[in-house]
Write a protein that binds this ligand. Structure first.
Ligand code: NDP
Length: 250
């Protein structure tokens, strides 16, 4: 393969027998990632806040003849400790391990100057985009440690590396995600069983992008399907040994 994950081409059975959880699996990039992982043989756990959307993805996976997924309905804005513990318990009982964790769910919040940023909205964005990936990772670490080859992928953004006016809590939460990924990568690198990386999808045709740029013609943007090479590379076995990186899909 080329050294550039953007050019990565995966074998059809890349994720055979792998157990992979995707957050925000009901829509946008997460939905496409869930379908792609399942198509490549993974047993997927579809986590999200809107049951009907998750069921639609479930149906698509079953219709594709791919491994039957599981659904976990959870709203990160309101989930409490028990909800995370229950998720880990049921996954422990059903699978006994976790091979991949794609932290994809996220919210944009307000586009507003710091001077006027509503404090409650700030807290909500930081909670959904940053605190929750931390809590979920910590809760699921024992299951990831039970895998021979586990991959954690956090979703970053261009504004998570270089701050930009009016991107407020969203940008700051993505800076935090880059930091969380680096700290965890450093903590797990010596053992070598878990790799931890960030992915930046870049401008992509989804509801979030439409909300951020209402005047933009969506037709000018790539579909999530076109980004799946780097997602498959990072979540699958071919990125073994790669950790602490932050890669761009475009
Ligand atoms: P979408 O808004 O299309 O999808 C976001 C997903 O996250 C949805 O499935 C949504 O669920 C879920 N979600 C939101 N809030 C919660 C919550 N409280 N609890 C559980 N799930 C929740 O976004 P994208 O697909 O565009 O974005 C995916 C990731 O990529 C995000 O982390 C985003 O920051 C990042 N990104 C996107 C870019 C782009 O141009 N699209 C560019 C750079 C980064 P529901 O459908 O039920 O609302």
């Amino acid at each position: 393969m080329s050294d550039n994950p953007r050019d990565y081409r995966s074998p059809p059975d890349l994720l055979h027998d792998r157990i992979i959880l995707i957050t925000g699996a009901g829509d946008g990039i997460g939905r496409t990632a869930a379908l792609s992982f399942a198509e490549h043989g993974a047993r997927t756990i579809l986590l999200g806040r809107t049951q009907a959307k998750l069921e639609a993805v479930y149906d698509e996976i079953v219709a594709g003849g791919w491994p039957r997924p599981s659904i976990a309905v959870m709203d990160f804005a309101t989930a409490q400790g028990d909800d995370y513990a229950q998720l880990a318990d049921s996954m422990e009982q059903e699978f006994g391990r976790l091979d991949g964790l794609l932290h994809n769910a996220g919210i944009l919040g307000d586009r507003s100057p710091i001077e006027h940023f509503e404090v409650s909205k700030w807290l909500e964005v930081m909670h959904v985009n940053l605190n929750t990936p931390f809590i979920l990772t910590q809760t699921l670490l024992p299951l990831l440690q039970a895998s021979d080859d586990a991959s954690i992928v956090f979703t970053s953004s261009g504004v998570g590396r270089r701050g930009r006016a009016y991107w407020g809590a969203y940008a700051v939460s993505k800076f935090g995600i880059e930091g969380l990924s680096q700290v965890l990568a450093d903590e797990t690198s010596a053992q070598g069983r878990i790799r931890v990386n960030c992915i930046n999808p870049g401008a992509t045709r989804t509801a979030m992008r439409r909300a951020a740029y209402p005047g933009e013609d969506p037709e000018t943007l790539p579909l999530p399907e076109s980004l799946m090479g780097p997602y498959l590379y990072l979540i699958g076995p071919d990125s073994r040994g790669v950790t602490g990186q932050s890669i761009d899909c475009q």
